[in-house]
Design a protein around this ligand. Structure first.
Ligand SMILES: Cc1cc2nc3c(=O)[nH]c(=O)nc-3n(C[C@H](O)[C@H](O)[C@H](O)COP(=O)(O)OP(=O)(O)OC[C@H]3O[C@@H](n4cnc5c(N)ncnc54)[C@H](O)[C@@H]3O)c2cc1C
Length: 346
């Protein structure tokens, strides 16, 4: 009797183009983990026309194009695919139910999901349905001496990183922050098995109906990938003054980040939130305007290579952390810097 190979599953979160690299990043890490427990890496894709979703120019896999081809090219040994018109729009209930049924049938060791807005909602429901644990928002994954998945998750307001294992329940589940791992280069020659999973006939009706959806316009680079990030905090003073940071970021070919009070005040979108509850950034240069430097924010900036902070308080934690600390009014300094840069460009 052949023994079934252990499996690490990565959920294919491709719906939001701006977030979709996280699946590729997880496939890459899953490959490294798979070596340690002798497992295969599988992507799980639910949707409609999933083999045509990505622009053709991105997909040269001779067998499968679209996201399926992308996941194969980026490391999936196998893809479980349910492609059906009913799955064209994401439905938490339906997607979680499909994942539960598939997982009960195939019994993967590990399920990894990107900690996107979508992934966070989805994974917690799947874990509940499967009666297993879930470590949310992990910033590291490893395999310990007992072959268990070590799920590294920030805790106590980001002051500690907890190493969590799931010794008894299966699968072991984690959501992982985008930008935590690097994706492996694509290999469009790679072949892999695609398992078509039919939509169950007894699927209950969705209780939620999607009426309309609209894609957010893309401003530029994703903040997680930007080489320059111009981050602003409450010390910028107002929404109007904060808007200057967008002009500065454009001049520097960078992206704008924000602290939580700024996002709550609607000076910036939630997408710009940097910190424990937002994005992890790793720019070459980080500008920090009017930011106190609370741990929940700075924990996500530790990989910045060079930090320039502007604050009227020289003792602010962010000023201590900075390579260059400028004591000034944040908004006025930003205006002066914009003028100076424009003068240099002219
Ligand atoms: C569970 C939890 C999760 C959290 N997650 C996040 C997160 O993901 N990201 C995040 O950012 N926060 C997060 N927070 C909130 C965090 O603790 C801080 O409250 C927040 O980062 C502070 O934002 P800030 O620096 O903009 O504001 P403040 O702390 O109010 O600091 C404003 C700074 O601006 C300076 N300043 C004021 N006026 C001027 C001026 N005219 N010119 C120059 N400087 C000036 C002040 O000296 C001060 O240093 C979280 C908190 C909790 C409890």
């Amino acid at each position: 009797m052949s023994v079934k190979k252990r499996a690490i599953w990565v959920f294919g979160d491709y719906r939001n183009y701006f977030q979709n690299r996280v699946t590729l990043q997880l496939l890459s890490r899953a490959r490294e983990l798979a070596v340690k427990i002798d497992a295969e890496v599988c992507a799980v894709v639910f949707g409609y026309w999933t083999d045509e979703w990505v622009d053709d120019a991105l997909s040269h896999n001779p067998t499968f194009s679209g996201v399926v081809g992308e996941y194969i090219a980026h490391g999936a040994d196998k893809v479980y695919l349910t492609d059906h018109p009913r799955l064209a729009a994401y439905s938490t209930e339906t997607y979680a139910l499909l994942m539960e049924r598939l997982a009960r049938r195939e019994m993967p060791e590990i399920i990894l999901v990107g900690a996107t807005t979508f992934g966070r909602e989805f994974a917690s429901r799947v874990a509940k349905r499967l009666g297993t644990g879930l470590s949310a928002d992990c910033i590291g994954l490893d395999i310990n001496g007992e072959g268990l998945l070590v799920q590294m998750a920030p805790s106590f307001g980001g002051n500690l990183v907890a190493e969590i294992v799931t010794p008894e329940r299966r699968p072991q589940m984690a959501t992982v922050r985008p930008g935590t791992f690097a994706e492996i280069p694509h290999d469009y020659i790679r072949k892999s098995e695609v398992v078509q999973v039919p939509l169950p006939e007894d699927l209950p009706e969705d209780r939620v109906r999607l009426i309309r959806s609209e894609r957010c316009p893309q401003r530029g680079l994703k903040i997680e990938d930007a080489k320059v990030v111009v981050c602003g905090g409450r010390g910028m003073g107002s929404k109007k003054k904060f808007a200057k940071l967008f002009e500065l970021a454009e001049l520097l070919n960078g992206e704008v980040g924000a602290t939580r009070p700024v996002v709550y005040a609607d000076w910036a979108d939630h997408d710009a939130l940097v910190g424990q509850a937002g994005k992890h950034i790793k720019p070459q240069i980080l500008f920090s305007f009017g930011i106190s430097g609370a741990i929940q924010h700075t924990a996500a900036c530790n990989d910045a290579k060079f930090i320039i902070a502007v604050n009227k308080n020289p003792n602010a934690a962010m000023m201590k952390k900075a390579d260059v600390a400028i004591v000034a009014d944040a908004s006025q300094f930003c205006t002066a810097l914009i003028q100076e840069l424009k003068r240099c460009i002219r």
